[in-house]
Design a protein around this ligand. Structure first.
Ligand code: TRP
Length: 366
């Protein structure tokens, strides 16, 4: 079998999530924690989030009425597609369920260093565009702080304090830096650690949780180590780790480069075309066979998207599952359910984007 690589800047090969939990030394999400998440977003309660660090401790602090917060960031390398929303939908859901502050750093510096072709001006342009999407998701005003590395340069002060306490060999071991990488890559981990500790730098010692894709865990490890250095004496931040959301075509990770992604700015026609043309189907080859043997919802990408993003009602989801599996529902019908759901989400989202453009100042640090 091809060996897999999972780190912030490379994800390849077959991904075995159980093995990652062991290798990274994280903790699977227990039934007890799942119970606490029953009313949260499907991404949290239906299994895309599968592993954590110290999230039980974060919950315990919340129960003791201590301050807790959420921090997760965005690397703006492109306009945003559905898969990019994962940590932010979760951050919003945690904000609603636990009434806490949310912090969202935008790492345009990271993408500028790492993406050979991304120009400085484009990195800033994507930041602005992505920030509009994030505000449009409906985070609470007054409880949500967004900042962009290239513009909120005070973050550099915190990053410098952190950089002093991380050696080159630590960063290299944790993140797999290569000799041919430009030196921006080697400093950036101090920036992301500064993002993750920003809630404590600005509001004092408390527990934060970072919802992220499991590929980002190396940053979490590095940050947890440096957090307890005597220069800072912070709490180690908790983490919630997500699996990758499959692309429409069924590849394990949705990436912008392959095409066939649903962008948040797509028109209803584009959405319908993409789902019909690309969405990997768990249906059978012929109508007759499908009616007889039924479809396979577990591999069907349309069903997966309904499960993780769009069908919030457990009973309705179960019904779609059963109808499809029995062969009573056809792939074309399943796809149209998804198309309608995505299009009504995007219609609202695109309206809210227009409003968001006028609200930037209420969320952004300068
Ligand atoms: N590096 C992340 C990515 O590429 C984005 C990011 C920046 C982030 N700062 C963060 C994620 C802090 C979590 C916490 O997607």
């Amino acid at each position: 079998m091809k060996s897999s690589v999972v780190n912030p800047w490379e994800v390849s090969g077959e991904i075995n999530y159980e093995k990652l939990v062991k290798e990274f030394g994280t903790t699977p999400i227990s039934d007890k924690i799942k119970k606490r998440l029953e009313k949260t977003h499907p991404l949290l309660r239906r299994g895309i989030y599968f592993s954590h660090r110290d999230f039980d401790k974060w919950l315990a602090e919340y129960d003791k009425k201590k301050k807790v917060s959420v921090i997760t960031g965005r690397g703006p390398s492109d306009k945003m597609h559905l898969g990019h929303l994962v940590p932010f939908l979760v951050a919003k859901s945690l904000q609603e369920n636990f009434n806490c502050e949310v912090f969202i750093p935008i790492s345009d510096d990271e993408k500028f260093f790492v993406k050979e072709k991304l120009s400085f001006d484009d990195a800033i342009k994507f930041s602005e565009d992505n920030i509009i999407d994030l505000i449009a998701l409906g985070f609470k005003q007054g409880k949500t702080t967004i900042f962009e590395d290239f513009k909120y340069t005070k973050i550099y002060n915190y990053a410098a304090k952190i950089a002093k306490r991380i050696t080159y060999s630590e960063a290299k071991a944790v993140l797999g830096l290569k000799p041919e990488n430009n030196i921006g890559w080697s400093f950036y981990p101090a920036m992301q650690a500064a993002h993750i500790l920003f809630p404590q730098f600005s509001e004092g010692k408390h527990m934060s949780v970072v919802p992220v894709g499991i590929d980002q865990d190396p940053f979490i490890r590095l940050t947890r180590d440096v957090a307890v250095h005597k220069d800072f004496n912070f709490e180690k931040p908790a983490a919630l780790h997500a699996k990758f959301v499959p692309s429409l075509t069924g590849d394990p990770k949705m990436s912008s480069s392959e095409g066939g992604q649903i962008f948040l700015t797509d028109s209803p026609k584009e959405v319908e075309m993409k789902i019909k043309k690309y969405a990997f189907s768990g249906g059978r080859d012929t109508l007759e066979e499908h009616r007889k043997k039924g479809g396979n919802p577990d591999v069907d990408v349309s069903y997966q998207y309904l499960k993780f993003f769009f069908e919030l009602d457990d009973k309705k989801l179960q019904n779609i599952h059963d109808e499809y599996k029995s062969g009573r529902m056809l792939t074309s019908e399943l796809k149209m359910i998804l198309v309608d759901k995505i299009n009504s989400f995007l219609k609202e989202h695109q309206k809210k984007r227009e409003l968001a453009k006028k609200q930037m100042d209420k969320f952004l640090l300068h």
